[in-house]
Design a protein around this ligand. Structure first.
Ligand SMILES: Cc1cc2nc3c(=O)[nH]c(=O)nc-3n(C[C@H](O)[C@H](O)[C@H](O)COP(=O)(O)OP(=O)(O)OC[C@H]3O[C@@H](n4cnc5c(N)ncnc54)[C@H](O)[C@@H]3O)c2cc1C
Length: 500
């Protein structure tokens, strides 16, 4: 894999959404600015997308041609974080967008084996509307009174990071933590609230306390401002997805890459520096070494650590300090007639104190229209996470039985699902523990000592798809700046597309 004199080569390792974004941005900027850059993407598996994977399954039943759309990983992304929507606009995917079904924008929480609606105006851990909070069955009266104390409690003096558990119990009490914040916030990160960093995951709540003292007052203020004329919400509701599933984004990115850029089934075994040329030597497991001027490692932290161990043991050890949790998604296609519950929402979350097998379940074909034929319902059950790691490793049959047992109780499911699909995500979700931001700052400073090296992915500044897109984008800009701006000096500042 030799290259022409004077041309530079950047290699992206990992073909998930982060690596694909980095690769696309490198290509696109190189073309826009006529930069002498070749880009390669090396992916270990036989497909692109990483955790993102959409399956189209024939729906078992008498009617031929009916199909089901299953998401094995993420099924949507936050539209309020701009990086996802902006990239989709750029890729021309607007016509493919779908939002969540407007008539079902509520969700449920399990309390004593029953589904209770999350009170209107409630935002992850605190109420923003008075009456729905007063009348909800989601909390006991003593629990509600303790939460109301937030209205008078002073703000915290210290600026040190604290855990979700400490923050919520301090402001809103133990019941708010066990019954709402743990399943809602902990659920997003599949995390243990005793360790989850507030600064890294929920800075908006710290800001509310700083500015308004009380979270309840801050949320009421926020809702009042949102209702003012001229203040609009996200274009697609809070969450956006694609008519044909999340793989649409992966495929669109791949389609924008020139032929020969992507190398599938090319796991990278090791990295080192060529002491003569000062270039990187990338060693794939099953092919010749190749040299690169810049590298983007778009992998999980442990995968990145494995590649850097021989080169920078300290950086590798720091990366290994970011723990990851495993989870499994069990998708079931059921006859609508076999479910007693009205399914008038997007799904439900299960507090750990309920001691169930499930941590959450989406009513997938209700949340997004067109994912199952009439008369069928797709349910997406989540198992595992930091608090129930071992469940994610159970064999398929045991996992399916455990999920069915919970769904029979919670949704009144009878009969046998016509399809059951298990997707596993071992060590896929990083755990942002208290002190995460400082840890990442330290790691990034250490990585900057290696010329042309960019770390990207969900380990650092956010786990969601838009965060990963931003991370890939930033890695590309860092590489371009490193390869072309530093050499060009001031001239580079005149270039429009490459910010130094
Ligand atoms: C079950 C689940 C549900 C989720 N739901 C949502 C959601 O609804 N909304 C949302 O915004 N986010 C969600 N997330 C989070 C989000 O999907 C992920 O954080 C994001 O997709 C990670 O992308 P990535 O490219 O950084 O990593 P990955 O997708 O893990 O990609 C890394 C790639 O690197 C490859 N690789 C690994 N080692 C090597 C090597 N040595 N050489 C070459 N290639 C290698 C892997 O094969 C993989 O393709 C969810 C995550 C999970 C696990």
């Amino acid at each position: 894999m030799e290259q022409a004199v004077n041309r530079k080569r950047a290699v992206v390792i990992g073909g998930g959404i982060t690596g694909l974004t980095a690769c696309y941005r490198l290509m696109q900027q190189a073309q826009a600015d006529n930069l002498p850059l070749d880009v390669m993407l090396l992916e270990a598996s036989d497909r692109l997308g990483g955790v993102i994977a959409t399956r189209h399954e024939a729906c078992p039943g008498p009617r031929s041609g009916d199909s089901l759309l299953l998401e094995e990983g993420p099924d949507c992304f936050l539209a309020t974080k701009p990086w996802g929507i902006e990239l989709c606009d750029e890729l021309g995917l607007n016509a493919e967008f779908i939002g969540t079904a407007t008539e079902h924008r509520q969700s449920f929480i399990v309390r004593r084996g029953k589904l209770v609606p999350v009170p209107q105006g409630f935002y992850l851990m605190a109420p923003g509307s008075l009456w729905p909070f007063v009348t909800t069955r989601a909390f006991s009266w003593p629990g509600k009174l303790r939460m109301a104390l937030d209205l008078v409690l002073p703000r915290r003096a210290s600026e040190d990071d604290e855990s979700l558990a400490d923050f919520v119990t301090r402001r809103l009490g133990r019941e708010a933590l066990d019954r709402m914040a743990q399943p809602m916030v902990g659920g997003i990160y599949t995390a243990d609230p005793r360790h989850l960093s507030m600064q890294a995951t929920m800075p908006q709540f710290l800001d509310m306390e700083r500015r308004h003292r009380s979270l309840i007052l801050a949320l009421r203020h926020r809702q009042a401002s949102a209702q003012q004329p001229g203040v609009s919400g996200a274009r697609y509701g809070l969450f956006a997805s694609f008519r044909h599933g999340m793989q649409t984004l992966v495929d669109a990115l791949a389609d924008h890459l020139p032929a020969g850029t992507v190398h599938l089934q090319t796991p990278v075994r090791s990295l080192r520096r060529n002491p003569g040329s000062q270039r990187w030597i990338v060693s794939p497991q099953n092919g010749p070494n190749l040299e690169a001027d810049a590298l983007c490692l778009a992998l999980t932290a442990p995968q990145t650590a494995r590649l850097l161990t021989g080169l920078d043991p300290e950086l590798a050890a720091g990366l290994r300090d970011i723990p990851y949790a495993s989870s499994a998604v069990v998708t079931l296609a059921c006859n609508r007639a076999d479910i007693a519950h009205s399914l008038n929402g997007m799904g439900f979350v299960v507090p750990a104190v309920e001691q169930r097998n499930l941590i959450a379940c989406s009513f997938s074909s209700i949340k997004f229209a067109g994912r199952a034929p009439d008369g069928k319902v797709l349910l997406r059950a989540f198992v595992g996470g930091a608090l129930q790691q071992e469940q994610a490793l159970w064999p398929d049959a045991r996992l399916r039985d455990a999920v069915l047992q919970d769904l029979r109780l919670l949704l009144g499911l009878t009969g046998t699902p016509t399809l059951c699909h298990v997707s596993r995500h071992p060590s896929a979700m990083p755990q942002y523990h208290v002190g995460h931001l400082a840890r990442v700052q330290h790691l990034e400073a250490a990585a900057r000592r290696w010329p042309g090296l960019a770390l990207a992915g969900n380990a650092y500044h956010g786990v969601g798809v838009p965060d990963c897109i931003r991370s890939g984008d930033e890695a590309a800009h860092r590489i371009l700046s490193n390869l072309f701006c530093e050499a060009a000096g001031d001239n580079c500042l005149q270039r429009r597309a490459v910010p130094c």
